[in-house]
Design a protein around this ligand. Structure first.
Ligand code: FAD
Ligand code: SF4
Length: 512
């Protein structure tokens, strides 16, 4: 054997750098299902099904092309259950001349793999992950010397570089950003087209049985699994989104509706993040929909910004700031996670709905994650480590490089403003405006004190009061801080008592 080539569970792409120049006569591809990766946090059962089934399909695809794959299944009795253990076993068995891998997405694994050269006693090349549209060196170069990094400027560079939604003299439509048009409340009668479902084939069914038995104590179950597990399925899901839902994606992007977490969202993050979809093709397909008159500019620009902008930006920030980023807790938050994050048993209808959507589907859309769960965690001062771990566990698209900056940075402001220019703190009025949750809630969103008062309201003011100094210094948050400072002291006291009463009851484990 000349080269042993490693393919990880989130590297399932034909154009992976580790597979370039592969010689089927002399090379072997190593793939391994290991407990370590399924349990370093107890991932949602559907996420494990997704990754393992997609791995098995990818191995089959390589074999069809005549590639030799050394594949360890989870229930193989000789499985060492770590990537490193499986690499050592393969090296001992096959005596390759060298190992080639693509850089892993997570810092944790990079630490392990960068020691392989010494530990395995043979040359180990770790290549850049060229599936991302901004290399880590380029991101570092872009960030170098800038006092404050902002996604908007990074995104404009990316638009120019890839020529997406660009005309000779500037951005298509003469504006970089159409966000103002994208924050509408969805009227009741609109019925979003159902996304395609990918019913489990034999391979997926076998994985579902294995996961159900082996990880029975993980959050969420395997039943109802219908995510794409091959590149062909992922392409179908994308085509369907572009043809049926993209046109309305912009308008209703921020709206939340009971029992329908998908609405007009793309549902492609699971496929992008494990390598079944290529982000550049996704952006080009969206642009084509605009050029062909299938979708309006506000929708297409809003969507491209997520994939070409945010997705690349959070990855750049993650690698720029790890491992320090994982320890940041700028607001000094220490409260433990309430049980209702797992059970959904709460009187707060918004949180109950999002936790149930999350448990059932391993999915919730961006605003559910940011403005319901994240916002509550921010206002209640929940410990960033616990919240971080929760988000890494519960979503099928969760990998630390994308999850952590979104959670610690965007949702919790634990990074002190690296990711977001202000904390995304909001009272119940925001949730009422952007969802149908409040109408069915046991609490009243219009009340701030008393037994029926929406907890988000007093928690919001308590948050503003706790962090008044920091907020006053932030031009984008100074307004609430000033309003608080001017508020009648009796009202201030009542709000803070209300917040403390709620948090105490929550900490005692009462149903709140
Ligand atoms: P759409 O809303 O249709 O957006 C299209 C695509 O844009 C997504 O598939 C995704 O690839 C990309 N995108 C959009 N927003 C972001 C963002 N903020 N950061 C990175 N990419 C983005 N995304 C993950 O992929 N994994 C995570 O673990 C994750 N955790 C999050 C945690 C919090 C607290 C928040 C606020 C956001 C998180 N996101 C995460 C970003 C975003 O919520 C999801 O990418 C999105 O909901 C996935 O659903 P979709 O494919 O239907 O996306
Ligand atoms: Fe959530 Fe408050 Fe609305 Fe209830 S009233 S759904 S707790 S925002």
């Amino acid at each position: 054997i000349r080269t042993l080539r490693l393919v990880l569970g989130d590297q399932l792409s034909d154009d992976l750098s580790a597979l370039e120049d592969l010689d089927p006569r002399r090379d072997v591809v190593l793939m391994a299902e290991v407990d370590d990766e399924c349990t370093y946090v107890k991932h949602h059962a559907k996420k494990i099904v997704l990754v393992l089934s997609a791995m098995r399909h990818f191995a089959a695809r390589l074999r069809e092309r005549g590639v030799r794959v050394r594949y360890t299944t989870l229930d193989d009795p000789d499985n060492t259950h770590s990537i490193e253990g499986e690499m050592e076993r393969a090296v001992a068995e096959l005596s390759p001349e060298r190992v080639i891998a693509t850089a892993p997405g997570e810092w944790r694994l990079m630490q392990i793999m960068s020691g392989w050269h010494d530990r395995l006693g043979l040359p180990v090349e770790i290549l850049d992950d060229a599936r991302f549209l901004c290399g880590l060196r380029e991101f570092r170069h872009w960030a170098d010397g800038r006092k404050q990094l902002r996604m908007e400027f990074f995104y404009r560079e990316m638009r120019k570089r890839y020529g997406i939604l660009m005309e000779d003299d500037g951005p298509t439509g003469e504006r970089w950003n159409f966000d103002r048009e994208n924050r509408k409340r969805m009227p009741g009668g609109i019925v979003p087209p159902q996304p395609p479902q990918f019913l489990p084939d034999e391979t997926t069914q076998a994985v579902m049985a294995l996961v159900a038995e082996r990880f029975a104590d993980h959050f969420g179950g395997v039943d109802g699994f219908d995510l794409p597990v091959t590149a062909e399925q992922a392409a179908l899901a994308l085509d369907h989104f572009i043809a049926e839902r993209l046109a309305d994606f912009g308008d209703w992007q921020d709206f939340m509706r009971t029992g329908d977490p998908v609405l007009f969202h793309a549902l492609i993050s699971t496929s992008l993040n494990c390598g079944l979809l290529n982000p550049l093709l996704v952006c080009r397909a969206a642009e084509k929909a605009y050029r062909d008159g299938v979708a309006p500019l506000n929708a297409v620009e809003g969507f491209v910004r997520q994939v070409l902008g945010w997705r690349e930006y959070v990855r750049g920030l993650y690698w720029l700031h790890m491992p320090d980023y994982a320890r940041r807790n700028a607001l000094g938050a220490t409260r433990g996670l309430p049980w209702f994050f797992w059970s959904g048993e709460t009187r707060m209808n918004c949180i109950g709905n999002v936790v149930r959507d999350t448990r059932d589907n391993a999915y919730a859309h961006h605003i559910q994650r940011l403005m319901v769960i994240g916002n509550f965690a921010l206002l209640a001062g929940l410990d960033p480590d616990a919240v971080d771990e929760w988000f890494l566990i519960v979503y099928a698209d969760a990998y630390q490089w994308v999850e952590m900056p979104n959670v610690r940075g965007m949702a919790l402001f634990a990074d002190g403003g690296i990711m977001a220019s202000k904390p995304y703190a909001a009272s119940g009025a925001y949730i009422d405006r952007m969802s149908d949750y409040c109408g069915e809630c046991r609490y009243s969103v219009r009340e701030s004190t008393g037994s029926r008062a929406c907890p988000f309201n007093a928690l919001y003011w308590d948050f503003v009061a706790r962090h008044a100094d920091r907020l006053t210094a932030n031009p984008r948050m100074s307004m609430p801080a000033r309003t608080w400072a001017r508020m009648d002291p009796a009202k201030q006291k009542a709000l803070r008592n209300q917040a403390v009463g709620f948090l105490d009851a929550m900490d005692r484990g009462e149903i709140v």
